[in-house]
Unconditional design. Structure first.
Length: 408
């Protein structure tokens, strides 16, 4: 049996836990005062909290998708990041807790809760567009995500406790067999969840590409976060004897692929809706192409796609851990900007313009809320990461994965 103690996380992760909790706690207090005490900014506070929740909760949910993907595809890249992904997925109970303010404030946050029963959107969708229907569906989404995360983490933990590779292969086989149908279910659950949580902010708008945008976007967010953590650990024991340049090369290629997929889905949605030229669909884009929002769109095209795409084409950069982590952090910042672009325009919050003429507006809560959510989430994540060895020590393919990373 492998010595699990030799693969534990370095002790200095506790320092990051303390910093994250401190920053998150202070930001949480500031956000709560701004949103609940002042009263006038309650809806803005909820919308900003949704921004933080979708960004950080997306890393958690995206980790489940990447876990399923790496079990299906195999490869050395998946073995060395599996435990980071598992730690991210085990933050799901906290993500559920962070969802509570949105569930409590659903009537203040979503415009469809204020529409009369005779409105065609409410009349056509019936019980589906009700507070209790929305809440029950959210409970179902978290339950399904919870089953996925629990089983994958359960089999990963049991694999470490085995005394021979034959038993370890059984748990690996269970996870692989489970991941086939789960990938389909995962994509469907993500689609339904983000339609409820984000798309219905505009009750009259719809897009069949919406779920795919978040499947790819959350996978990209999670991968960039995982690469950043792996790069930090790569020159410290025990990961300095596990991770090699080729691992980062493989992860960089996957990062490039997801960047292109995200851009492809976004452009496909835009092209289909704009060429169809149906007023019910084009209004969402018209709002985001004027009054300052168009600048945010151009920033996303340039810095969420074009710049990372050109940089990640370079092979030498993808093999350098710190440089790849830097571009990963840069993409994460752009991911937050992308979520702001999708979530923030609101006819009931904006004081500049109405209808489709909504001017770009930015609240200080759009900074504080993601810091609050992120600080608390990172504190919990680092605690989970320290609970298990940083690599699956009894995985039959670990030795080959290590050799692959240090090859030429």
């Amino acid at each position: 049996m492998a010595d699990i103690g030799n693969y534990q996380a370095p002790a200095d992760l506790n320092r990051f836990r303390t910093i994250a909790l401190g920053a998150g706690g202070i930001a949480l207090i500031i956000w709560a005062i701004g949103a609940y005490v002042t009263g006038d900014a309650f809806e803005q506070g909820l919308r900003s909290w949704l921004l933080g929740f979708i960004f950080w909760g997306g890393i958690c949910i995206g980790s489940i998708g990447l876990l399923v993907l790496q079990y299906l595809t195999g490869g050395a890249w998946g073995v060395v990041i599996r435990r980071i992904l598992e730690a991210s997925s085990r933050t799901l109970p906290l993500v559920v807790l962070l969802f509570v303010p949105l569930a409590v404030g659903v009537h203040q946050l979503y415009e469809w809760t204020h529409l009369p029963p005779t409105e065609h959107v409410i009349e056509a969708r019936g019980w589906y567009m009700t507070d209790w229907g929305w809440t029950l569906r959210s409970v179902a989404y978290f339950a399904l995500f919870g089953v996925m995360a629990y089983l994958l983490n359960k089999w990963g933990g049991e694999q470490d406790k085995t005394t021979n590779y034959e038993d370890a292969e059984k748990f690996l086989g269970r996870a692989t067999a489970f991941s086939g149908p789960t990938m389909v279910i995962y994509a469907l659950v993500v689609t339904f969840a983000v339609v409820d949580w984000v798309m219905t902010l505009d009750p009259h708008w719809f897009s069949t590409m919406w779920g795919l945008l978040f499947v790819a976007g959350w996978a990209l967010s999670c991968l960039c976060f995982t690469v950043t953590i792996l790069a930090y650990l790569s020159d410290k024991a025990p990961m300095n004897r596990v991770v090699g340049r080729r691992h980062f090369h493989d992860l960089g290629k996957l990062m490039l692929a997801l960047t292109m997929v995200w851009a492809y889905f976004n452009f496909s949605q835009f092209l289909i809706i704009w060429s169809g030229n149906i007023p019910e669909e084009t209004g969402w884009y018209i709002t985001r192409m004027q009054k300052g929002w168009g600048v945010v769109g151009v920033i996303l095209v340039l810095f969420h796609f074009a710049v990372p795409f050109l940089i990640l084409l370079r092979q030498d950069l993808k093999r350098k851990a710190k440089l790849l982590a830097t571009i990963g952090v840069f993409i994460l910042v752009m991911r937050l900007v992308d979520m702001f672009y999708l979530i923030s325009p609101s006819p009931r919050i904006s004081t500049h313009g109405k209808g489709l003429e909504l001017a770009l507006s930015f609240s200080w809560m759009d900074i504080v809320a993601p810091i609050a959510v992120g600080g608390i989430w990172l504190w919990f994540f680092f605690g989970q990461l320290a609970k298990r060895p940083l690599v699956p020590v009894m995985d039959p393919f670990l030795e080959k994965a290590i050799e692959h990373g240090h090859g030429h």
